[in-house]
Design a protein around this ligand. Structure first.
Ligand SMILES: Cc1ncc(COP(=O)(O)O)c(C=O)c1O
Length: 403
């Protein structure tokens, strides 16, 4: 039913379908028709839908304790923080409920860091093409005018720089002594699966050390195994001061985390920040089960292997076509860049019982579950290529259904 005929606010442009249940890489509509999910709820259900380990962990914890509040110690929160610290090489965690909230925590840490350094109006460097969320501070940090329009005045204190351009950052560093931190996605997701040069983060680390900036990485989308390492920064031999993640950490339950190390880990004092639901026993038990499953089933290596297979497959079939600009990806985060805007492809794919996404107007984005079977990967490869080829041969103003 369209939103205008319901009691929901009209803030989403939804596709004309709803799903009744899910199983692995498949979602089923109310008639029982199966759709292959190559977007995983926008990079959330990395273990697929209704993974038995996760369902069991949720049921177990729901029957034990859902919530007690951060007025008290929460053992599962401590356990999850310990796990994440070991995986990430970080020291401490603040738990919240979403990616935007994790970034809000990072932004607050940056402000504390700036003030501690004696900067009265601390500035945070953010990138062109970035997406950090929809709260007032995170939409101000986001590069999209579409996201910001109508919500002015924006939160001040963000300075924008081109992505993947260390020289531009150096110039800013020399001219703006108020900068105290940089917030960057290791691979830009919503911006179009933009992958920086292989030494970008290492060079950023050096720059941050030189100017005493906090290096803050937004791994809300790239984290939790998606790119073939637990965190995307682990492809390079560096440690950020702060890393945020959410999405895949709960495989569908809302959890976000802001991790910090070194001086940044000591900035929050009691009363500085908080969240009623953040890190409650239910979401922590779930995230612990997600992490255990990712490692026990070698799913991060699987993301690397399947990602390589799919990327190479797309290149073999599509590269060089006059409607393709680029094909890029890391692990199971893949972008096929068309030369022209192609928003209609999402609905055409739906007609073929395939769930994909188009971001930045013309980037077909695939974020399939890491549990995808080889056969399912093959179906995605074939269906996506067929869809693109048929679409590119169509009259753009009247796209046809793919047969
Ligand atoms: C890189 C990045 N940061 C932040 C967010 C915001 O996360 P949430 O929607 O959970 O607030 C997203 C969501 O797509 C994202 O991709």
């Amino acid at each position: 039913m369209p939103e205008s005929q319901t009691h929901l606010m009209n803030n989403y442009r939804r596709l004309p379908i709803s799903f009744a249940h899910g199983d692995g890489a498949w979602l089923y509509d109310h008639k029982g028709d199966a759709y292959l999910d190559a977007i995983s709820g926008v990079g959330v259900c990395n273990l697929g839908h209704c993974h038995p380990n996760i369902t069991a962990a949720i049921c177990r914890q729901a029957a034990t304790l859902l919530h007690s509040s951060n007025l008290y110690h929460i053992e599962l929160q401590q356990k999850l923080a310990t796990e994440l610290a070991a995986i990430a090489g970080m020291e401490s965690s603040f738990f919240c409920n979403s990616g935007a909230e994790a970034n809000e925590a990072a932004i607050k840490l940056a402000k504390l860091h700036g003030h501690k350094r004696g900067i009265q109006t601390p500035h945070i460097l953010v990138m062109e093409g970035s997406f950090h969320g929809r709260t007032m501070a995170t939409l101000s940090a986001t590069a999209s005018r579409k996201v910001q329009a109508g919500f002015e005045p924006l939160v001040p204190g963000f300075v924008r720089a081109p992505f993947n351009d260390i020289a531009a950052l150096r110039t800013i560093a020399e001219n703006n002594p108020n900068v105290c931190a940089i917030l960057v996605e290791p691979i830009q997701g919503e911006g179009g699966v933009n992958i920086p040069s292989p030494t970008y983060l290492t060079e950023l680390r050096t720059l941050c050390d030189t100017y005493q900036w906090l290096m803050m990485l937004d791994e809300v989308q790239t984290g939790n195994g998606r790119t073939g390492k637990y965190f995307a920064y682990q492809h390079e031999n560096i440690h950020p001061d702060i890393v945020t993640t959410a999405k895949g950490l709960g495989n569908g339950l809302p959890i976000g985390v802001c991790l910090a190390q070194g001086a940044a880990a000591q900035l929050f004092k009691p009363g500085h920040h908080g969240s009623t639901f953040g890190g409650n026993p239910l979401v922590c038990a779930t995230a612990l089960s997600v992490i255990e499953t990712l490692f026990n089933d070698s799913l991060i290596e699987r993301a690397q292997r399947l990602g390589h297979y799919l990327l190479q497959g797309f290149k073999d079939i599509l590269e060089g076509s006059d409607y393709i600009e680029a094909i890029r990806g890391k692990g199971l985060m893949i972008g096929i860049v068309m030369k022209e805007p192609c928003p209609e492809l999402v609905e055409l794919a739906l007609g073929q019982k395939l769930l994909i996404n188009v971001t930045a107007d013309r980037v077909i984005r695939l974020l399939p579950p890491l549990t995808l079977s080889d056969e399912e990967a093959e179906i995605i490869l074939k269906k996506v290529c067929k869809l693109i080829k048929t679409y590119a041969g169509d009259d753009r103003s009247r796209p046809r259904q793919v047969r």
